[in-house]
Design a protein around this ligand. Structure first.
Ligand code: GLA
Length: 728
């Protein structure tokens, strides 16, 4: 890892594990992008710039029109595009000065290289070391911007963000404040996004980009299940294993936008950050505005390579080191077993049935508090529902503890029910205007986290329960999206700050609840995986992946999620059949094999467990324990894509390539099938391995070139699991 500046050519070279990112300060003081991709030498590549041609260009003020070469901002590949001075592509920053003037021209002022990457005030970001800061400034009005760049020697990613500084003499309205822009040399890429909905999160969509802007976004004040804050830009020939792949992952949990603009000059401008839809930030004189960080990953080894770089980056630098690579709780969760309908006896029976199976944590889901017998009431009243749970939480917790298990509890801290003591006492705590009825979402309102007094109330109420009870696990849910974005008491010219302020409110809550309870393990959730983003992973090392627990559907959801996120972040449960979402019946082995490709757990009614059921669970948990380290730390190779075939295959290989697992899945069975060879990937060609089901040993090269003929049992939705172990 190194950051260098050539004082003569004014080129900054940033080298990460296998990448180089280069830009320079050009003859006009503009931070001009040169290159991002596979590592290259530190040659003077300015001579390889292509000059833009064409009419209808606006020349840079004051330049000699006889100058050879580029004369317009429009033609520079940009490190930070701005508005109003002849660049007609997507600006990264737009603002309005107090006199109505909207111009800004951000040119180079100075740079510094910091040995430690500074944290962003109030916003989660990657940890890291050496960081380049480039100071840009508008020489006329003093408005300034700092660009931050961090590279890593063990993963091929770059972390970037921008900080806008109002050094003008007046208040400035920020109309757009993206985190970054950079340029890619062609405009015929494919763009891959992760789209979805409730119970259908992060499905993969790949489409060719065109001239003009291809964008993905959220307007929901959350990162959303609709489109994840992730975009891959790949050569149109790139496959899972080969070709250039760029991954763009925004560390943010509110409305965002990511854009790839195919320009007439033949390039692609990539930019994004906080969504400027419904955004306007009042930046007073002397204030600065921090933007969320983006992770830019590159691999020449196709989508698989790109994912592995992102996985390493998140595991090594984003997720709390307390949990990285560490065993996770294996839970039994009562939600699908009982929904709201439970009492002490039922919960005890569910817990008792899995005593001694290796399941180590009982999680009491929604319905334990306030007057919560359905989703119509009780949110916000974080005290026990004694009608349901006589003896309070203490009774069920001590019972669970007596079985040798830990206890976990569900909260939805950001919400309030109209029928709750909290809402009756503080109706103004709910988001909304005073003259208009509020929309319901899942029969509930949202609390105004942009207000400090509201956050104080939530922190006190949740921390009280956590302090007074022996709780080792919390599931933090979030089950609706904002409407009537308005904060009572905030000035009218600051209401369009709401969406970003909500994110800052969530992060503040997490700092004060999650980080102030270091002995409690927190899992994120949002009606399934509707807030599955890198910022949430900074606080929650794993997130409930989807309310859709059907094994077949999960192959798609977990496949898509793995494009951007490591397996260790995906909470996956073995659930009941017929499946509550799809009605499908799959075998317990299949359900376990798919749920074991993440942070596993159980979510079914064990109170009627037979001895055989218990034994099967014991065996599964034991098997999971054998592969847990691999799953949490290994390199993922997606060997079969369920979108394009009847099969799904995930192979996970340990970093030292001494062991691996291949989970192979066949959707539909049929008679007299052609043989299906599953691809084996990621092993060391020269190592010798034993393989489940074979008496002989094989070289890695043999396994990876021959593959494994999968002998599925009769039936639909079948899995096979192969373990590979190095034989010394
Ligand atoms: C959401 C979660 C579920 C469960 C319910 C409880 O839908 O995704 O797992 O916790 O809320 O209301």
């Amino acid at each position: 890892m190194s950051i260098t500046f050539n004082t003569e050519s004014k080129i900054f070279y940033l080298d990460g594990k296998n990448i180089t990112y280069a830009f320079f300060i050009n003859e006009y003081g503009y931070a001009e992008h040169l290159y991002f991709g596979k590592q290259i030498g530190h040659d003077d590549i300015r001579s390889m710039r292509s000059s833009g041609a064409g009419s209808f260009i606006a020349t840079i003020p004051g330049i000699d029109l006889n100058t050879k070469g580029i004369k317009s901002y429009q033609h520079f590949p940009s490190e930070l595009s701005f508005f109003g001075t002849g660049d007609y592509r997507e600006p990264a920053v737009m603002l309005t000065h107090s006199n109505g003037d909207r111009l800004v021209e951000l040119l180079y002022d100075s740079y510094e290289i910091l040995s430690e990457k500074p944290a962003i005030g109030g916003i989660p970001s990657m940890r890291g070391g050496e960081t380049l800061v480039v100071h840009l400034k508008d020489k006329i009005n003093g408005f300034a911007c700092d660009l931050y760049y961090t590279v890593y020697d063990d993963c091929s990613v770059l972390a970037r963000r921008a900080v806008y500084k109002n050094f003008t003499d007046n208040t400035v309205m920020l109309d757009r404040a993206y985190s970054f822009s950079f340029s890619l040399p062609r405009n015929d890429y494919d763009v891959i996004s992760l789209y979805g909905a409730w119970a259908k999160e992060r499905h993969v969509e790949r489409a060719p980009m065109r001239h003009g802007v291809t964008s993905i976004d959220s307007k929901r004040t959350t990162s959303s299940a609709t489109l994840n804050p992730f975009m891959a830009i790949v050569d149109n020939t790139t496959t899972e294993e080969f070709g250039n792949a760029y991954g763009i992952s925004l560390i943010y949990s509110s409305s965002y936008v990511l854009k790839a603009e195919g320009t007439s000059g033949g390039r692609t401008l990539v930019t994004g950050g906080i969504n400027d839809f419904d955004f306007r930030w009042k930046l007073c004189k002397g204030e600065m505005f921090e933007t969320p960080e983006v992770i830019l990953a590159y691999s020449c080894d196709g989508l698989g390579g790109m994912s592995r770089e992102l996985h390493d980056a998140m595991r090594n630098y984003l997720i709390n080191p307390r949990y990285v690579g560490k065993s996770r709780p294996i839970v039994i969760n009562n939600w699908e077993a009982t929904y709201f309908n439970f009492d002490n006896d039922k919960l005890k029976a569910i817990a008792k049935a899995v005593e001694g199976t290796g399941i180590d944590t009982f999680v009491l889901d929604d319905g334990w508090f306030g007057k919560r017998d359905s989703d119509k009431s009780g949110l916000g009243d974080w005290f026990v529902n004694e009608g349901k749970l006589q003896g309070g939480l203490k009774e069920i917790i001590s019972y669970v503890n007596s079985l040798g298990m830990k206890f976990g509890l569900w909260f939805e801290p950001e919400m309030v029910s109209e029928d709750s003591e909290l809402f009756r006492a503080h109706p103004d705590y709910a988001i909304g205007t005073s003259d208009r009825p509020r929309c319901y979402g899942r029969n509930q309102y949202m609390l105004d986290l942009t207000r400090e007094d509201v956050r104080d109330h939530i922190v006190d109420a949740v921390n009280k329960v956590l302090r007074e009870n022996n709780i080792q696990y919390v599931k933090w849910d979030y089950n609706r999206n904002v409407t009537e974005s308005y904060s009572l008491g905030r000035e009218s010219d600051r209401q369009a700050e709401f969406s970003h302020r909500y994110a800052l409110g969530v992060y503040d809550l997490c700092e004060r609840i999650v980080n102030s309870n270091p002995d409690i393990f927190f899992e994120g959730c949002s009606g399934g995986g509707a807030r599955f983003d890198p910022a949430m992973l900074y606080y929650f090392p794993q997130i409930w992946t989807s309310d859709d627990t059907d094994a077949e559907e999960r192959t798609f959801i977990q496949y898509g999620t793995s494009l951007a996120y490591p397996l260790s972040t995906m909470s996956c449960h073995v659930s009941i059949v017929p499946n509550h979402q799809t009605g499908r019946i799959t075998s317990i082995e299949t359900r376990a094999d798919i749920a074991h490709l993440g942070a596993t757990g159980y979510e079914l009614d064990t109170s009627d467990y037979s001895d055989e059921d218990k034994e099967a669970t014991c065996k599964q948990v034991e098997e999971y324990k054998q592969i847990e380290t691999l799953i949490l730390n290994g390199d993922l190779y997606r060997t079969e894509d369920p979108h394009t075939s009847n099969f799904f295959g995930f192979m996970v290989v340990s970093k030292d390539k001494s062991e691996a697992i291949l989970t192979a899945y066949r959707r539909m069975g049929s008679v007299n099938n052609e043989v299906k060879y599953f691809k084996v990937s990621g092993l060391d060609e020269s190592k010798t391995y034993s393989v489940t089901g074979y008496d002989a040993t094989f070289k890695g090269s043999t396994l990876m070139n021959v593959g494994l003929p999968a002998a599925f049992k009769k039936g639909d939705f079948m899995t096979l699991r192969y373990l590979f172990k190095e034989v010394l």
